[in-house]
Design a protein around this ligand. Structure first.
Ligand code: SF4
Length: 238
């Protein structure tokens, strides 16, 4: 066990992508780890298998040590922790600190639902990517989350305290009308970076109606960027 962190045998992460990725950490080759469980219910979630927190076994610190050894041989410089929602995991801070102590930059993906945890783990966070789902009023209907004050608080914490960050929005054309896009842009007003990414249909999406919706058109992404750009420092489509 690494002496620098754990107070249990287990970390916060239970699965990983076996190959390093170039798309999960800006400008760095990264290893991607998953946590289980989410407190949102997005009908278009691409990780539906991770939504339930069924208390399965997570990686031990010894396993993470072995992964770190492999990463160095494969030029990995960074670790991204995604979910589910990572801030639901009690061992998140210890896990992020573990990777940082091993010399990796650490990125955290979050839905912004737990600002107090977000703030707590910022010392071990090099980059935060927070999803903006919709206007605050629509969170209960669109993703099943009612504590929208938490979303506002997370945005403020990230804008004022994170080392580096992005806000990102998956654009669902039949939901995100102009009014919605403007409300989202105003929600993160002044932010360093807002990214619009396409909705992608898939047969395993949780809600049936999303499985057959078309992929977001590039022109719709470009329109969203044009609408939102005046409210933030940089706005792009990915
Ligand atoms: S917040 Fe992310 S992991 Fe959770 S349901 Fe939505 S898309 Fe899935």
């Amino acid at each position: 066990m690494n002496s620098s962190c754990p107070d249990t045998d287990y970390s916060a992460v239970y699965a990983r992508r076996t190959q390093p990725t170039l798309v999960d950490y800006p400008g760095k080759m990264a290893a991607l780890f998953f946590t289980r469980g989410c407190n949102f219910r997005c009908g278009y979630c691409h990780n539906p298998d991770l939504l339930e927190n069924c208390g399965g076994i997570t990686y031990t610190w010894e396993q993470l040590e072995a992964f770190c050894h492999d990463f160095r041989r494969n030029w990995v410089e960074a670790v991204t922790i995604t979910g589910g929602e990572p801030t639901l995991q009690p061992q998140l801070g210890a896990t992020m600190r573990f990777f940082r102590d091993h010399g990796f930059a650490v990125k955290l993906d979050s839905n912004g639902s737990r600002p107090e945890v977000l703030e707590e783990v910022l010392p071990w966070t090099d980059y935060v990517a927070m999803d903006i789902k919709c206007s605050l009023e629509k969170y209960p209907e669109f993703v099943g989350f009612r504590q929208t004050d938490n979303i506002t608080r997370s945005i403020e914490i990230i804008k004022t305290k994170a080392r580096d960050y992005e806000f990102r929005l998956t654009l669902v054309e039949d939901f995100h009308c102009e009014q919605e896009i403007l409300a989202c842009a105003k929600l993160v007003a002044g932010a360093k970076l807002l990214i619009f990414q396409p909705f992608l249909p898939h047969e395993n999406l949780p809600e049936e109606r999303y499985r057959t919706l078309p992929r977001t058109r590039p022109s719709a992404l470009a329109d969203a960027v044009r609408l939102a750009a005046p409210f933030v420092q940089q706005c792009i489509a990915r």
